[in-house]
Design a binder for this molecule. Structure first.
Ligand code: GDP
Ligand code: MG
Length: 494
């Protein structure tokens, strides 16, 4: 998502970066480019105008002080970043839990916007946070809507209140009310009410949704909107705001080739925060929405915060501590440890999605590599390690020719592939020893896993360079090229 927007922002900045001194005309030029980028990205005209005029007013105002600054383009970049966060809603907001449970969440939006899918995702997410959600099937209109909710409820492991068959039968207001009562009596602390949409905005739809709202007084009405509908998203949001009213927004289908306009327009136009982002059809394809992280992605800085959170969740504390201890005590990092890490990484989700959170992921070269990233390479690497005996895994030095041939046969890979893995692993192991002894090894891709086939490069703690700082980076050119294609792209693409 946001690839083209990201690319255009990068172009607008690169012109600025190449200026030794920044003149007022340069700011105007950048502003015009950003304006065009936003409009091309389906951002509504009002929002694009507001954004560009705020950014350029602030940049012009800062210009006299910027002239003394050593890195004026960086300062302007900061202004753009801040304003982007503000357009996206500023602070992240979370669901307000009622002091008097159950907390009631009502989902509203057009048919096909992703309400039922989101209901499942929300219920799973909130259950994992220690809540006891109940799903309520109040879409009695759309064919099979009730069954669909029952299916996602089962996947999420969350009970579904569905007293009516739907398909046109039953009163949605009565079901919503009964659902809340049922939740109260069964001590569920959270109720998520799925409602009916229509193909377009119409009177009947608005009336039904506002009747449900009036009957159950939800703590949060969440407007669910498909980010792929572009400019229409803003019109639909406005219609729902007037017709039903809502407290927050959930953006769905951000995994599609959405140009991002909806995300950038809706929070500002409706003055309601975006709370959730849906990025796929599966229950796991779901994120809390953070304006600052989204801005960071759009500006090509990646989303290190989310990546770190996912890593923390995937590597249970036990194994993280074990690795730390091993490292501190000077023990060797073995192939066994590597295998364990790789399995933990798999829990974090698809590698392309993870790599997409790295800075520069939207840049041309990195994107190409991402698209061609071979998830199966990891499976192959794993197969090779799994064909080794425990002693071979802890001490790869004993891997002579006949052992390598046996491993190749056992894993169904070639001896050459086994050799490559062992060589790269040994190099990484050596580099780690250097690292432990206080030196930064030349050319070592950051993180334990760098340079090993099938493993992505992990960013060194916070020390990544923004594309804007490219100029400085040229001087500290890496001594060697990384063996990892994605890492190499990251090195070359910036
Ligand atoms: P509803 O009519 O608002 O309840 O929408 P549904 O939840 O039934 O979703 C409509 C279609 O969109 C279904 O085929 C979903 O699988 C799909 N869908 C929902 N959310 C997403 C998403 O974030 N990404 C993608 N790619 N598809 C989604
Ligand atoms: Mg539905």
């Amino acid at each position: 998502m946001f690839e083209s927007l990201s690319g255009k922002f990068a172009t607008a900045f690169s012109a600025l970066r190449n200026r030794g001194r920044i003149a007022p005309g340069d700011i105007d030029e950048m502003a015009a480019e950003i304006r065009q980028a936003l409009l091309d990205g389906d951002v509504s005209l009002a929002v694009a105008e507001h954004f560009v005029s705020t950014v350029s007013a602030r940049a012009h105002e800062a210009l006299p002080t910027l002239r003394q600054s050593t890195n004026p383009s960086q300062a302007i970049f900061e202004i753009v970043n801040e304003e982007l966060i503000s357009i996206l809603g500023g602070q992240a907001r979370r669901v307000r839990f009622s002091k008097n449970p159950p907390t009631i969440i009502m989902l509203a939006g057009l048919q096909g916007s992703g309400k039922t899918t989101l209901a499942g995702k929300l219920s799973k997410y909130f259950a994992s946070q220690g809540n006891t959600p109940l799903l309520v099937a109040a879409d009695l209109q759309r064919p099979n809507a009730v069954t669909q909710l029952q299916v996602v409820g089962e996947q999420a492991g969350v009970p579904v209140f569905a007293p009516e068959p739907g398909n046109g039968v039953g009163d949605p207001v009565a079901v919503a009310k009964a659902g809340v009562e049922f939740a109260r009596s069964k001590l569920h602390n959270l109720v998520i009410v799925d409602t009916a949409g229509r193909l377009g905005v119409d009177e009947a739809l608005m009336k039904e949704a506002s009747n449900i709202r009036a009957a159950i007084s939800p703590d949060e009405v969440i407007f669910v909107v498909d980010a792929m509908i572009g400019q229409d998203a803003v019109r639909t949001a406005q219609a729902f705001l007037n017709g039903v009213g809502f407290d927050a927004v959930a953006l769905t289908k951000l995994d599609g080739d959405a140009r991002g306009g909806a995300a950038l327009s809706i929070a500002h136009v409706t003055q309601r925060p975006i709370m959730f982002a849906s990025t796929g059809e599966k229950l796991a394809d779901f994120d809390l929405f953070y304006p600052d992280r989204m801005a960071s992605r759009i500006l090509g800085m990646g989303d290190i915060a989310s990546l770190a959170e996912q890593a923390k969740a995937a590597f249970d504390t036990g194994s993280a501590e074990k690795f730390e201890k091993k490292f501190a005590e000077g023990e060797d990092f073995t192939l066994e440890d590597f295998l364990e890490q790789m399995q933990a990484m798999k829990k974090m989700g698809s590698m392309s999605k993870l790599l997409g959170m790295l800075p520069g992921a939207n840049s041309g070269a990195m994107k190409k590599q991402l698209e061609s990233f071979d998830e199966s390479e990891m499976v192959r690497t794993q197969a090779i390690i799994q064909s080794m005996t425990p002693s071979e895994r802890t001490n790869p030095k004993i891997l002579n020719g006949s052992r390598r041939a046996r491993i190749a046969l056992g894993s169904g890979r070639s001896v050459k592939e086994v050799n490559t893995l062992v060589d790269r692993f040994s190099a990484a192991q050596k580099a780690m020893k250097q690292l432990r002894n206080g030196g930064i090894p030349a050319g070592l891709p950051a993180g334990l896993s760098g340079g090993i086939p099938g493993m992505p490069p992990m960013p060194r703690g916070g020390g990544f360079k923004h594309p804007l700082q490219q100029g400085n980076q040229k001087n500290q050119k890496k001594k060697s090229r990384s063996g990892n294609p994605a890492k190499r792209a990251a090195e070359e693409g910036r």
